[in-house]
Design a protein around this ligand. Structure first.
Ligand SMILES: Nc1ncnc2c1ncn2[C@@H]1O[C@H](COP(=O)(O)OP(=O)(O)O)[C@@H](O)[C@H]1O
Ligand SMILES: [Mg+2]
Length: 289
């Protein structure tokens, strides 16, 4: 299954979309909250249920011990978002100052995510926050650049408004160039349209010269639940946002498979240690901690 990274030009709905996709997927799924500006799900959707002892920041120290330690810590820092434990969250940073410590952790973390996707069949979604470009390149502290380089799909989340398109226009080209030069190829880049504003998918695709791989509806009730937590709104399970998110996960899977076929990727070298830990993780199911 694909590892899909979501980014924005400016707050557009990345976290909301990532939650919707993770909760709607037909497959086991993981949301890795890797926004260097700090995570919002812990205080928002989860309303403080998860303490600061949990999450992404702790993986930096584990990575320094070795890849097996990282894989173990990764498994121990996932928070189940459903009873069965099929939908997991890696909670994000509690303080943006922590981002610098993760600079050298991203490549190994990416490896773990790909093993989870390839060997355990997870749909992996990365909340990569807002893009920051410096001298035409991805900023090394303000973005989790290695996660974007290695993702099967990198989706720029945009709204169909004039303001959103104006900002996104300046970021699409440097991002595509970065993926061509240092990533898995320029065709990893796609758009996820949030249907707010006057522009339709074909117009957005044309304006940004990038394919729209899926669209999510404007759905304030469901989005507000994902942003603030609390009680799910009436009819949540059949809400427009969740239903379209489910379709979107299929569209991403299809787009990622097309890329794999076209590129004829060499199979990733198996890492038996990592795969073993992830096997244990799958068996652990819904137990918290
Ligand atoms: N599809 C949507 N429909 C309605 N409101 C949305 C939608 N997506 C996001 N929002 C709202 O927009 C705001 C920003 O969303 P968020 O996901 O936090 O953006 P980002 O992570 O890009 O900063 C939040 O108040 C959220 O509830
Ligand atoms: Mg966010």
């Amino acid at each position: 299954m694909p590892v899909t990274a979501l980014v924005s030009a400016k707050s557009a709905g990345v976290t909301t979309a990532a939650l919707a996709l993770t909760l709607a997927s037909k497959r086991p799924s993981l949301l890795a909250e890797c926004d260097p500006a700090g995570g919002t799900i812990r205080a928002g959707f989860l309303q403080g249920q998860v303490g600061a002892g949990y999450g992404l920041y702790h993986l930096a120290a584990a990575e320094r011990t070795g890849s097996d330690a990282l894989a173990n810590a990764f498994a121990n820092h996932l928070w189940p978002m459903d009873e069965a434990g099929h939908r997991k969250l890696l909670p994000g940073l509690t303080d943006p100052a922590q981002a610098a410590a993760l600079g050298r952790t991203w490549p190994a973390l990416s490896e773990v995510m790909h093993v989870l996707a390839d060997e355990a069949g997870y749909d992996v979604f990365i909340d990569a926050g807002r893009l920051a470009i410096e001298s035409g390149r991805l900023h090394t502290t303000l973005t989790p650049a290695p996660l974007l380089h290695r993702a099967d799909l990198v989706l720029m989340v945009v709204r169909g408004t004039e303001q959103a398109l104006t900002l996104a226009r300046h970021l699409v080209d440097p991002l595509r160039t970065e993926l061509a030069d240092r990533g898995s190829g320029p065709d990893a880049l796609g758009l996820l349209l949030i249907e707010d504003g006057q522009y339709r998918a074909h117009q957005v695709a044309e304006a940004l010269k990038t394919p729209v791989l899926a669209a999510l509806p404007w759905d304030p009730d469901t989005a507000s639940y994902f942003t603030n937590g609390g009680r799910p709104p009436r009819g949540y399970g059949r809400s427009p946002l969740l239903r379209h998110a489910r379709t979107a996960t299929e569209q991403f899977e299809a787009a990622a498979s097309r890329r794999h076929i076209q590129q004829q990727y060499p199979p990733r070298p198996a890492n038996p240690q990592l795969a073993g830990v992830l096997q244990r993780l799958s068996e652990k199911g819904g137990s918290r901690g």
